[in-house]
Write a protein that binds this ligand. Structure first.
Ligand code: SF4
Ligand code: SF4
Ligand code: SF4
Length: 310
């Protein structure tokens, strides 16, 4: 500690910057945090290039480049406690969907084919190169606290930081998003899977009962269920439940297809096939973690093997 204050470093790796913005989203509660914390390194606030000794280190983003790997290792060396902050840091995040493509395909798409950044050349060798895979940070360094969410919800950011400042265990339950959802699951006569833009779902009935894929029942509640309570299906941005992650026989598509088929007249295999075809969407947030990628029955397994073989 420096004086009475806790020294904080933050660093971002392969990410969108949203997690750092979420820190400011604490609104007036950030003042409570700042009373106890001295920010030493933070890419959006300071121009500190080195890694000073710190009590808490917040890492956002996943590891995709040599720079990311070096930064994570330096943070681990210099910070007593490391927080994997956000779904990218915890499970690889949305970038994990890149596993379905080779590095060349990604680079060509971004630099040569994207309508907004079209050029005729790729970055030169001075730019750190993409690693083959997207890696969650705990596969590279030890992590002390996990705070998933894309980005994490202000309630849980405040609880996580307060628990460290007060030197106590964080209060965080293991419920699914359904626990905070006001919709009711009921048996219906629905016979078809609908895309999110089709039809007009009613506000009181569970999306699964209405034929819409909602991942609330396989997603850890780290958000207080804002999406289903405001008319949008849960896309699983806080990552899977512990049951999905740790039990080999449980999988997102299997759980959803069995639950949805019990609530509707849609056959479980039809739902499973539909989810397999759109796996890049339904597994996007967590497919980079070995706990999902290594599930024996899934296409992601093949994508990872293909990328590793390149
Ligand atoms: S977890 Fe979401 S908000 Fe945070 S850096 Fe990754 S993509 Fe951005
Ligand atoms: S599956 Fe979705 S809509 Fe249904 S109860 Fe759970 S969160 Fe709510
Ligand atoms: S309801 Fe689902 S998609 Fe929405 S914030 Fe929560 S975990 Fe993310």
């Amino acid at each position: 500690m420096s004086g009475d204050k806790i020294r904080l470093n933050t660093e971002w790796l392969c990410d969108c910057g949203g997690c750092h913005v979420a820190l400011v989203d604490l609104h007036e509660k950030i003042l409570n945090v700042l009373e106890s914390v001295e920010i030493q390194k933070c890419p959006v606030l300071t121009d500190e290039k080195l890694y000073p000794e710190a009590d808490i280190g917040i890492l956002t983003g996943s590891i995709r480049t040599e720079h990311d790997r070096h930064a994570a290792e330096e943070m681990r060396k210099k910070c007593k406690t490391i927080i994997a902050f956000g779904t990218c840091a915890v499970y690889g995040g949305l970038h994990g969907a890149g596993l379905a493509h080779s590095r060349e395909e990604i680079m060509n798409h971004v630099y040569r084919k994207s309508p907004t950044t079209k050029t005729d050349f790729l970055p030169d060798s001075e730019i750190t190169t993409l690693e083959k895979l997207v890696t969650p940070i705990d596969e590279v360094i030890d992590v002390d606290l996990y705070l998933p969410g894309c980005p994490p919800h202000a309630h849980f950011i405040f609880e996580g930081l307060s628990s460290l400042i007060e030197n106590r265990q964080p209060k965080a339950r293991q419920e699914t998003v359904c626990a905070g959802c006001k919709r009711t699951m009921k048996k219906t006569e629905v016979t078809e899977i609908k895309a999110s833009h089709e039809g007009m779902p009613d506000d009181d009935t569970c999306f699964l009962s209405q034929g819409y894929i909602c991942l609330g029942s396989v997603t850890l509640d780290r958000c207080l269920a804002p999406c289903p309570n405001h008319g949008v299906m849960c896309s699983g941005c806080a990552g899977p439940t512990m049951q999905i992650l740790t039990e080999p026989t449980h999988d997102i598509r299997t759980e959803i297809s069995e639950r949805m088929s019990r609530l509707t007249k849609i056959d479980a295999q039809t739902i499973k096939t539909h989810m397999e075809k759109s796996a890049k969407t339904h597994y996007a947030y967590a497919m980079a973690t070995k706990m999902i990628g290594n599930k024996p029955t899934f296409l992601i397994n093949k994508w990872i093997a293909d990328v590793e073989a390149q």
